[in-house]
Design a protein around this ligand. Structure first.
Ligand code: PMP
Length: 465
């Protein structure tokens, strides 16, 4: 930790409580202070440059220094820096963005509702589902089925939808209306001798049994990320979504696609729902919607969802929901320009092509002695590390090896993120093949360094790197 009490590091420790951080450890080691960004790079206070191989938090599609987004924000700031969308008020940017999102959706959608984060969006989804069920005279239809290791946010409702223990533990969550079913991770969860197809069939059967046990009339919706991001970049087994959707259709249960990570090109198609042939009734967007230059998120609903909600708001006299920042004009203007850039530069096709290279380079590490599984599609990938490839045992405790490799990688100038022992990659969509090569080379170096520390812990301790 820096000795100077006026340093950013010292003041950060003194005054700032961090998200997703061990607060005690932070007091010892302090922050990494990032000062600026340029393309796929960010730079810390000491001038060290890093490839931001996570695009921040799966976010910065167009890179860190896009002048068109700065210009769009400043134009809108000067014209109308703020207005709201309550009580029949509208402004150009929010209408333009709503129209854009509804018309570009891969399945018929009716309306866009705006929020400021993925969590708020999913919170809103749950509330709209409850409101709709009441509107339809089905007050018992309030449960939502989600998946273990799914990630949908951290507010009370969205953290409940999330299926990760650290988002529930000590927070008294999840809410009783949320039911979690199995995680579609073939490598980790399949039984011996089970094919991908058999695994997907078993998960669909589990879903059906859950629906029947709870009572189909009590289930409002099923929510899922097309591929799981924060749970460790988990791609569903072949046939999974087809089988899951068949069950949902059979019982008249709505599908919510949480596209917060997948949306706007990440998987090599504009939306994850296209990559995995999903037909959602509700879609949730954030992150690459605005490249996270400003906070904004959106919930798209089709007419099946909208019509009863409209009737209920008419019966009550108002839809009693809304945020001060819903459809913020500056965020909306930035999102629109961001989508324009993605379309004009065909960053979706770029993500598909460069993504192939990323997957190829990471798959070349499949034989490394620390590699358990390599997985991904487009410009999103994960490499799961194990201490023992036979038994798939972790090193020391789950997450320790992932953290070690992640630290080594950061020292080598690549910022990634470890979800337990899975190292994730989700770089800006503008990354080139040459830059992917640098990331992959440094990952291999980081894995080699970690392997040597695991093999020779005494030597490694004395080296004190
Ligand atoms: N859904 C998904 C799929 C996400 O990945 C995230 C964030 N990682 C969220 C929702 C929550 O978004 P936010 O952090 O903006 O609340």
């Amino acid at each position: 930790m820096a000795a100077n009490p006026n340093s950013v590091e010292a003041r950060d420790v003194a005054y700032h409580l961090h998200s997703y951080t061990n607060a005690r450890l932070h007091q010892e080691q302090g922050p990494l202070v990032i000062e600026k960004g340029d393309g796929i790079y960010v730079e810390d206070q000491s001038g060290k440059r890093y490839i931001e191989a996570m695009a921040g938090l799966w976010s910065v599609a167009v890179g860190f220094s896009e002048p068109r987004l700065v210009a769009a924000a400043s134009r809108q700031m000067a014209r109308l820096p703020y207005y709201h969308t309550f009580t029949h008020k509208a402004h150009g940017p929010v209408v333009d963005l709503a129209e854009k999102l509804v018309t570009m959706a891969p399945v018929p959608m009716s309306k866009a509702y705006f929020t400021n984060s993925g969590s708020e969006a999913n919170d809103t989804v749950l509330k709209l589902l409850w409101y709709r069920s009441n509107a339809m005279g089905e007050p018992q239809r309030k449960k939502v089925i989600s998946r273990h290791r799914g990630y949908h946010g951290v507010t009370i409702a969205s953290a409940s939808l999330t299926g990760l223990p650290n988002n529930h533990r000590s927070f008294d969550l999840p809410l009783p209306q949320v039911i979690h079913v199995g995680c579609p991770h073939y490598w980790r969860e399949a039984q011996p001798d089970e094919s991908e197809d058999m695994f997907a069939t078993r998960l669909a059967l589990e879903l059906e049994q859950t629906i029947l046990a709870e009572g189909p009339e009590t289930i409002a919706a099923f929510i899922g990320e097309p591929l799981m991001g924060a749970g460790g970049v988990i791609l569903p087994p072949k046939g999974y979504w087809e089988k899951i959707q068949a069950v949902l259709r059979k019982y008249g249960i709505l599908l919510v696609a949480d596209e917060v990570i997948c949306g706007f090109g990440r998987t090599g198609q504009m939306f994850g729902s296209q990559t995995f042939a999903m037909t959602p009734d509700i879609m949730v967007f954030s992150k690459q919607l605005s490249s996270s230059y400003l906070p904004i998120s959106a919930v798209l609903i089709n007419d099946v969802v909208f019509e009863p909600i409209a009737d209920e708001s008419n019966r009550i006299g108002v839809l009693g929901h809304g945020f001060t920042g819903s459809g913020h004009p500056v965020a909306a203007a930035v999102a629109l320009e961001n989508i324009n850039i993605i379309e004009e530069r065909d960053l979706v096709a770029h993500a598909r092509e460069v993504g192939r290279h990323l997957q190829k380079r990471l798959h070349a590490l499949a034989g490394h002695r620390l590699t358990g599984e390599v997985r991904g599609i487009g410009l999103i990938a994960g490499i799961e590390l194990v201490a023992d490839r036979e038994t798939r045992e972790p090193w020391q405790k789950p997450g320790a090896l992932g953290a070690l490799v992640n630290r080594e990688l950061q020292e080598l100038g690549v910022i990634s993120r470890n979800m337990a022992d899975a190292i994730a990659f989700s770089p800006p969509l503008i990354i080139t093949e040459g830059e992917v090569d640098i990331v992959a080379d440094r990952l291999e170096q980081a894995m080699d360094r970690a392997a040597s520390q695991i093999l020779t812990p005494v030597l490694a301790a004395s080296a004190k790197r």
